[in-house]
Design a protein around this ligand. Structure first.
Ligand code: 0RA
Length: 643
């Protein structure tokens, strides 16, 4: 019997759709690494958020179960269960098996998901070994299960409920281990995104539970995010460790042409700005029309205020946008019925009408705010004037380095041992802590493609200095010239000389500190380097164990003990502890840390700009108490700082 006679036309379409997803998962969820894995959760949560935005849901719970499956439940209307006309199957089954079916069921006046990868729950289903859905609606509980996206049996009506009004959806899925490179959900990754969603959608309560490990009192780890103040509270959260220049967060909202605009901002004494733009709950890292509208209006309003009140006397001409944005924390969030996402990572908002709407709203409302709060307005302008002066000083310093280097025979730093290849794709730069590690690395390296730049221990904490001071620092200037792509606004990723920039620091507290200082510098002044995944950290072993002519390396004490027991019958010939890279001889350094065949590198990525910003401001800023708390909270993971 041929397949065609077994299945109706609708069923064939379903199977073809699922197969397409399983064949090319990355097309639907971006990737099959940890990022893609977490995306499955976001995809389901987005549907619950849509229910919340439509006013039907206020509680969402995400549970990482003990068996590494995830359950998302909400108290929305419940996925419809009545029979679908075209498919002659329960709507629940159609929504979970037909690509993009979700939106067609409801004339949702406002559907926010469907943005970046908004592909619908059917994609999650296709990429899960198993998925179970439980729906409460119409006075009954319904269940349906799927394997690899295909229904297992028919939807069942499990029981009637006493309470006719009780509704909701609960989806549990077991990600397909054959599709994803990892099945390990990260509490902190989920927590950052769910917290962000709670900030962006005020009033929604989102709970994250982790049932994989229990705490001392047998409780699952649980956090709840609920912010009545929405993005106002987001800005307060980002500014927790910064000294703010005015108590209240400036906030306004507007709606035009069915486009909702919200802006929250607060100026701080800090030097780092922290501006985050969202469209339909998606972090538009590449910016777009909403951000442009915001920046244009901000620059104009502040310059107008400065001119009218004679506050710009000390500088020629007007303040530049970057002067004004120094130390400014802002969140811009728009919700659009038909968002256009552009750019390399589809995180740039393209809708041209948005620019004028945001600009107009900002101009009017910020103008009014300044009239009503002249002290705040003046403080902001005075700070921007200082920033403009520092910018001009930095420009001079930059011109100086440029001119100086042009005069020198080679513009590369003298301490750099460069590699032979000029192809960035192959070239690696090891930034080594201290002259002894640097010296060893220079001997150990393969000079064809490995360059070594030793830096003196603690580089400048860039979180606390403006660019003019930063450029006076030799270690930082050496890094800038070695990497070769400029700095700050001038940074051009296409000019990088190495596509692997490897921080080679010791596996101790000082090493962690130096890594953090370097990362702060990369994050604040060469961010595309991190976004492009060009930054790595070495993970040198802590122990080397010898037994019967074999050598084993251990990254941790536990691993050492395991090797001693299992490989050396409990009595190894030698156990050597490496205190630092500088103590390894060149051959050991090559074998353990530099040889691409053996070494373990940790790629540093920035998943979430707001979380990274928060981390750097807490770790590197002035406030001491929040830093202690942050380190306490993250102590188990603090050995490696993941941003
Ligand atoms: C289609 C139509 C309706 C709701 C939903 C889908 C829905 C989907 C999900 C996914 C997770 N939670 C969800 N909650 C609802 C509208 C149903 C109606 O008109 O009653």
């Amino acid at each position: 019997m041929s397949q065609e006679s077994e299945y109706g036309a609708g069923q064939i379409q379903v199977l073809e759709g699922l197969e397409a997803v399983r064949k090319r998962p990355a097309m639907y969820i971006g990737s099959t690494d940890a990022r893609g894995l977490h995306h499955l959760v976001y995809e389901v949560v987005d549907n619950s958020i849509d229910e919340a935005l439509a006013g039907h849901c206020d509680d969402i719970t995400v549970t990482i179960n003990a068996d590494d499956s995830v359950t998302v439940s909400d108290d929305g209307r419940g996925i419809p269960v009545d029979t679908h006309d075209e498919y002659e199957r329960p709507a629940l089954e159609v929504i979970l098996t037909v690509l993009h079916a979700g939106g067609k069921f409801d004339n949702k006046s406002y559907q926010v998901s469907g943005g970046l990868h908004g592909v619908g729950v059917s994609v999650v289903n296709a990429l899960s070994e198993r998925l179970e859905a439980e729906v409460k609606r119409d006075g009954a509980v319904f269940r349906h299960a799927f394997e690899a996206g295909e229904p297992v049996g028919d939807m069942e009506r499990v029981r009637d409920m006493d309470d006719d009004e009780e509704t909701g959806t609960e989806v549990t899925f077991w990600p397909d281990t054959g599709v994803f490179e990892t099945g390990d959900f990260s509490f902190s990754t989920l927590s950052n995104r769910l917290r962000e969603l709670a900030f962006l959608n005020s009033g929604v309560r989102i709970t994250l539970r982790d049932e994989r490990q229990e705490t001392e009192d047998d409780e699952a780890i649980e956090e709840t995010y609920e912010y009545e103040g929405g993005i106002r509270e987001f800005v307060e959260y980002l500014n927790e460790t910064r000294s703010v220049m005015h108590e209240d967060v400036i906030y306004f909202e507007d709606e035009e042409q069915n486009i909702q605009v919200e802006v929250a901002m607060q100026a701080t004494e800090d030097l780092q700005g922290s501006i985050h733009a969202f469209a339909n709950n998606i972090n538009t890292r590449e910016g777009g029309t909403h951000l442009t509208g915001f920046k244009t209006a901000l620059t104009r309003v502040i310059n107008d205020y400065g001119n009218e009140n004679d506050l710009l006397g000390d500088i020629d001409g007007n303040l530049k946008g970057e002067d004004i944005r120094e130390g400014l924390t802002a969140v811009i969030s728009i919700k659009h019925p038909d968002p256009q996402f552009e750019g390399q990572t589809k995180t740039k908002l393209g809708n041209s009408e948005v620019r004028g709407i945001v600009e107009g709203a900002m101009h009017e409302q910020l103008g009014t705010y300044f009239e009503e709060h002249p002290d705040t307005a003046e403080a902001i302008v005075v700070k921007a004037v200082e920033a403009a002066k520092a910018r001009k000083a930095a420009q001079k310093a930059e011109e100086l380095t440029r001119r100086k280097s042009a005069l020198e025979s080679t513009s590369l730093p003298g301490k750099l041992a460069d590699c032979q290849t000029k192809d960035p794709e192959e070239a690696e730069l090891f930034i080594a802590e201290g002259d002894s590690a640097g010296g060893s690395a220079k001997q150990a390296r393969n000079p064809e493609f490995q360059a070594v730049l030793p830096i003196k221990g603690k580089i400048l904490n860039v979180e606390k200095h403006r660019l003019d001071r930063i450029l006076e620092n030799d270690e930082i200037r050496n890094m800038i010239t070695a990497i070769g792509a400029g700095i700050g606004d001038e940074f051009d990723i296409d000019d990088v000389r190495y596509k692997k920039i490897i921080m080679a620091t010791d596996a101790d507290v000082d090493g962690a500190h130096i890594r953090t200082l370097m990362l702060t510098f990369f994050y604040r002044h060469m961010r595309p380097l991190l976004e492009g995944g060009y930054v790595y950290a070495t993970q040198p072993p802590l122990y080397r164990i010898r037994y019967r002519g074999e050598t084993y390396d251990a990254m941790t004490e536990a691993e050492r003990d395991e090797i001693v027991e299992e490989k050396c019958d409990g009595s190894p010939t030698q156990v050597q502890r490496f205190k630092g890279l500088g103590e390894m001889n060149p051959e050991q350094l090559w074998e353990t840390t530099m040889n691409p065949d053996n070494r373990i590198l940790k790629q540093i990525t920035v998943e979430d700009a707001a979380a990274a910003d928060k981390m750097f401001s807490v770790l590197m800023g002035d406030a001491v108490e929040p830093r202690k708390q942050f380190i306490k909270d993250h102590a188990p993971e603090a050995e490696w700082i993941d941003i």
